[in-house]
Design a protein around this ligand. Structure first.
Ligand code: TUI
Length: 315
């Protein structure tokens, strides 16, 4: 399948792996890139030396293009922005903010830049700032999210910009991919589906929770603090929802104390009581593990088949 995204990134399939903090490390990213998608190393809030090491380990596993993500709420964002240049990362994605102040340096370094946007306004601003593509992410996705769902967000962004658009949020198979392409997207970014792969290095408990999740297994917490996050409804999320019923300084402080470091507790320790198990709404579609290569080629083949034969179903 050829789109402006496969051409821009030099990849076989228009499938980008979402940057999941603590999760998207070198095994996962290298597997996705080697399989013909675009693997992304998540910068998260990790130390620069750690991420440099992750990039180099991924490079040792594949010579295909590799991406990195900068989470703009991270105190390390400035240092990671420079690291991407120093390590000659081919593609940068950004999340949870406006990367405008970095764009010129990244463009000068020849990096392809694809900011995640959750609104038309930011998509237009990013196009003006020189972005090569935008990733329009709906709130069906896991982790930090915006307000709009994928279905209304993607076509509105497609209409507002001339650069290619990648759809994200709620896409896990060829049906979702075909739908995204019909909305005008030229690629998809998927996060949650890659949790259910053998290459993903998260705790067994995390994988188990994702595989057992139902359609209504996720909740959004963090709205009062301005950083809404979608995650599986586990004890910590229930506690946060309870505390959010009466928002004051004390409850906000209690939420902050309970959630600090909670993603790491989910990813590394599988701590069910204290972890935040970030996940998108498509977790309910995942029943077993599949290798990254099968996920990527399978979803693209299914999308192609659906698009090719769609007219027959309604004739
Ligand atoms: O960034 C993500 N997903 C994330 S980041 C993350 S780590 C974290 N942990 C705890 C609290 C907060 C973050 C986990 N998941 N996705 C990309 C994304 N970006 N989704 C939505 C946005 C977004 C939202 C508003 C981007 C820009 C924006 O507006 C910025 C502006 O200035 O208009």
């Amino acid at each position: 399948m050829k789109t402006r995204i496969t051409e821009l990134l030099g990849i076989k399939y228009p499938v980008v792996q979402g940057a999941m903090a603590w999760i998207a490390e070198h095994h996962l990213a290298a597997s996705v890139s080697a399989a013909g998608g675009l693997g992304i190393i998540a910068g998260g809030a990790a130390p620069v030396d750690f991420i440099r090491d992750e990039i180099r380990k991924a490079r040792a596993l594949t010579d295909k293009p590799l991406g990195m993500n900068i989470m703009l709420l991270s105190p390390n964002a400035d240092d990671l922005a420079q690291l991407a240049i120093d390590e000659k990362i081919e593609v940068l994605t950004t999340g949870a903010g406006n990367p405008g102040k970095y764009m010129e340096n990244w463009k000068q370094a020849g990096i392809k830049v694809m900011p995640v946007v959750a609104s038309v306004a930011l998509a237009k601003r990013m196009e003006r700032a020189g972005a090569d593509a935008v990733i329009a992410e709906g709130m069906e996705g896991g982790g930090h999210i915006g307000e709009l769902t994928t279905m209304p967000l993607v076509p509105q962004v497609v209409d507002a910009v001339s650069i290619p658009v990648i759809a994200a949020g709620g896409i896990a198979d060829g049906r979702g991919m075909a739908a995204a392409l019909m909305l005008g997207a030229e690629g998809v970014q998927c996060g949650t589906v890659f949790l259910a792969t053998p290459e993903c290095q998260i705790s067994e408990k995390y994988k188990d929770l994702v595989l057992k999740a139902s359609d209504i297994a996720t909740v959004v917490t963090g709205r009062p603090s301005g950083h809404p996050v979608r995650a599986l409804k586990t004890p910590l999320q229930r506690k946060c929802l309870e505390l959010e019923k009466h928002v004051d300084n004390r409850s906000l402080e209690e939420i902050e104390a309970a959630t600090a470091g909670s993603l790491r507790k989910a990813v590394q320790d599988g701590n069910y009581e204290e972890g935040t198990f970030m996940s998108g709404q498509i977790a309910g579609m995942l029943k077993e593990l599949h290798p990254c290569a099968d996920v990527i080629s399978g979803m693209t083949a299914q999308a192609e088949e659906l698009l090719k034969n769609a007219y027959k179903r309604f004739a």
